[in-house]
Each structure stands twice: as C-alpha cells, then as structure tokens.
Design a protein around this ligand. Sequence first.
Ligand code: PMP
Ligand code: GLN
Length: 381
Amino acid sequence: TNPVFTGIDTTVFETMSRLAMAHEAVNLGQGFPDVDGPEDIRRIAADTLIDGPNQYPPMLGLPALRQAVAEANRRFYGLEVDPHSEVMVTSGATEALADCLFALVSPGDEVVLIEPLYDCYLPLVKQAGGIPVRMRVTPPDWSLNEDALRATFSERTKAILINNPMNPTAKVFSERELQLIADLCLEHDAYAICDEVYEHLVFDGARHRPLMCFDGMRERTVRIGSAGKTFSLTGWKVGYISGPAALMDPIAKAHQWLTFTTPPNLQKAVAYGLGKEDGYFTGLAEDLMAKRDRMASGLAQLGFSVLPCAATYFLTCGFDGLGLGRTDVEACRTLVTRAGVAAVPVSAFYGSDAPTGYIRFCFCKQDAVIDEALVRLGAFL
Ligand code: PMP
Ligand code: GLN
C-alpha cells in the first residue's frame, strides 16, 4: 500500500467525535457549530433539490457561485478576480488544498509548512511527491520568527502553505508576518497557497487581510475559502479557490480527476449566501466572539491557562496543575472518559516532536452547551 497512508491514524477529529459519542460527552473536539447556518440559505438548497437542476453543473462551478466569489473578493478585500478564469468551486477546502498541491507541486519540490498545522497538510504534500519543510510558531503568542522562516526557504522551495487565520492556534498573522512571507515568496519565486477558511471568523473588530493583497503576490497566490465556516454549514463541503488564471488552469485539471463537480443545489445556495448584507458577516464574528469570551472566562476560572484567541472556532489552553495527566493526549482521554467533555490534543497538529502541553476546545456551540461543559469540568476538577 502507499506509504503516505500506512501507519496513519484516523484523523483526530473523527477519533474524538467517536469517543465523545461513546462516552456521551459534550463534544468540544471536532470544529463544527451545533446550530445550522441561515435558514434562507438552506431553503434555497432544499428547493433546488426538489425543483432541479440536479445534473452535473459546470466543472469549474455554477457561474452564479463563481460570480459571487469574485464579488466577495472585491467587497471584502478590494481584490479583482475574473469569475470565468480565476475562480473554481470545490467540494470543501480540503479538496481545494488537494487540487492546489497536486497541481503546483512536482516530485522533489519543497513545500514550507508552519506548525502546528491542519492535519491534511502533511499527507497531501507527500501524496503530491513534495518534500514538507516544517517550521513552527510557539505559544503563548505563536509569532513567526523571521530567521526560522527564512531558513526554511531554499532554491528548491516551490510553495508555502499557510493557514490564516490559523487552526488550532486562533492566530491572525500580523501585517509584518505577511509581508515577510510575501518577501520570501518573491525572493525565491515561490507560490503561496493560502487556506483562509476562517476569513470571516475574526474577532475584536479586526479584519482579515489576504496575503494575495500584498505587492507582487496577486500572480503567485491561490486563496481558499469554505462555505462550511462562512455559513456554519460544515457538512456541505463547498469550497472555492481564487487565483491567477495561469495557476487555476492546472488546478482545474487536478479537480477534474478528484471530484469533478460539487452538488448544484448547495452551490446555488452558497452563491446566494455570499451576497448577504455586511451585517450577516459581522454578526457571525460577533456571535462567535461572545462564545469565545464565555468559554475563555469559564476555563480560566477552572484553572486552565487560556491562550489568546483572535479568530476561528478554537481556544487552546494549558492544563498544568489540574491533574488531567502528563500529556495532552492523556488529558483529552481523562476529559472525555471521566469528565464527559471532549477536546482535541494540540500535538495532533504536528508532524513529529510535538509539544504536549496544550489542548484545544471548540466554542462554536450554544451557550447552554458551553455552560454544561463548564459545569461538568468544574464537577470533575
Ligand atoms: N482548513 C482548515 C484550517 C480547517 O480547519 C478545515 C476544517 N474544517 C478545513 C481546511 C477543511 O474545510 P472543508 O470542510 O471546507 O473541507
Ligand atoms: N476543521 C475541523 C477541526 O479542526 C475538523 C474537520 C474534520 O473533521 N476533518 O476541528
């Protein structure tokens, strides 16, 4: 069998969700909201499912959705992309990542990755024949060290893959950090693959800024979004890529042999969703920010050392002195089996030599669910 896939565990998210179910735990592991996204969006998907069309849509995506993605790029970031040649719809950001890596990376090419990293990055880079070159950001502030990043680039670097805002650290890359990445990409003639699925889940009044907006980056950057996050519909698996036509062409070739198309009713509904008024997008972030604060203060009161959270669905915490175990894996096992609360060990986001002192809680849950988790944790600790 293919060595990329042998000896690999089932993803930590699925593993923790199975454990949560088996132990009837409050599931704060896998990142998904427990209330479905807007009803008007779902209604369009439902109506289209009944009324059709339900046959293969165009391979690059429904024209209405590609147009909506292009318009969102202009509205939120001032980016001009051509909906016909510079936007493609995918079955989730995961497929988008696979398409980009398979299309842009050739065997032997180096791909720079920043740890902690989202779990599909390493297997996808390896499956593409690429050589992952990892560097890390470290808690509590997860800031990017210039020398360390510079040292990961070489004449063999084909691309850097960044996740901004970043899962699981809840970090938003600073202007300085993005400029540094842009400078290194230009110096080394490298592509940037930007996983920006949390682009609208940014807190404290901050606004997301795509790397693609930086001078010189428009022609070498592909930017990935996900309706799953933007509309709280993670099971839909509708993603989209924006990038220069010269890169989108090979990326579309990868897409045609992976999934080819994405359900047309979901695409039509997401096209409508992307046109929602600004208040929807700011409201989503405000809503999540209140949940972040609710969970962060509760966890801090219980003795967790809660790290700053500028974006995403996630809080990461240290658990020193709480008697949960030596490592994050032990702590998560204790929590799910004995406290009835599922979290995710942050060590799962590393290729090797992972730090083991942090766990991740997902806070995109109803207030009553957050409170119930805090009560259970309080009763156990
Ligand atoms: N990238 C990151 C950083 C994620 O956290 C996730 C998880 N949802 C994905 C990609 C996958 O997105 P999708 O469900 O659209 O495939
Ligand atoms: N992105 C989600 C998380 O980080 C998980 C998605 C999945 O289960 N593959 O929790």
